[in-house]
Design a binder for this molecule. Sequence first.
Ligand code: ZN
Length: 231
Amino acid sequence: MFFDPLYLLFMVPGFLLAAITALVVRTRFSRFEKVPLRSGLSGAEVAREILRRQGLSGVSIEVHEGFLSDHYDPTERVVRLSPKVYHGRSVAAAAVAAHEVGHAIQHAKAYGPMALRTASVPAANIGSSLSWILIFVGFIFQSFNLAVAGVALFGLVVFFQVITIPVEFNASTRAKAAVMEYGLVTVSEERDISKMLSAAALTYVAALVVALLQLVYFLIRLGLLGGSRND
Ligand SMILES: [Zn+2]
């Protein structure tokens, strides 16, 4: 299994796709980082304004170290923005800040897929660590059942990646609607924000493709899909 050409055949395209999408996100971010927002608002100010207009006074905004480390924390109800997004007065900063607030709105409105995603975090964490151990031990000791249990646990990871897709696209849709409705950006800025956010969403699609390829590889190796079980 370790120097399996079939593994490379499955994983190389996936990792290439992930690397390319990461590059596209970085390129788009640095491009739109140079486009100043007409309103002069910073990412943090855009976030605060959307939260205010949505009546979400319980959600706070914090600066968080790292490059594109931006996220919404539903347990503490905090929108954490990276320094470039928090302080930046650019189209890129507004796009990312509004997207993260989109998650806060999903949370406040009990958007189903987001609740499901949050609830499946522990299962996905267990799945991502334990699945590899079970699959590894299963292959070493030629235990089919153990390997199948490992692959089933890996399925939890895939499920998490699947449910992430609608959550991410929906957060971007809410973000774009909010910045337009509240007059925080111009029509052409909204178009650029859309380009920035669709690049960011590709990251999650790539992660899902990688996980799916991995799953298909396991299923083929176990003889549950296509060829025969021969390892
Ligand atoms: Zn997101």
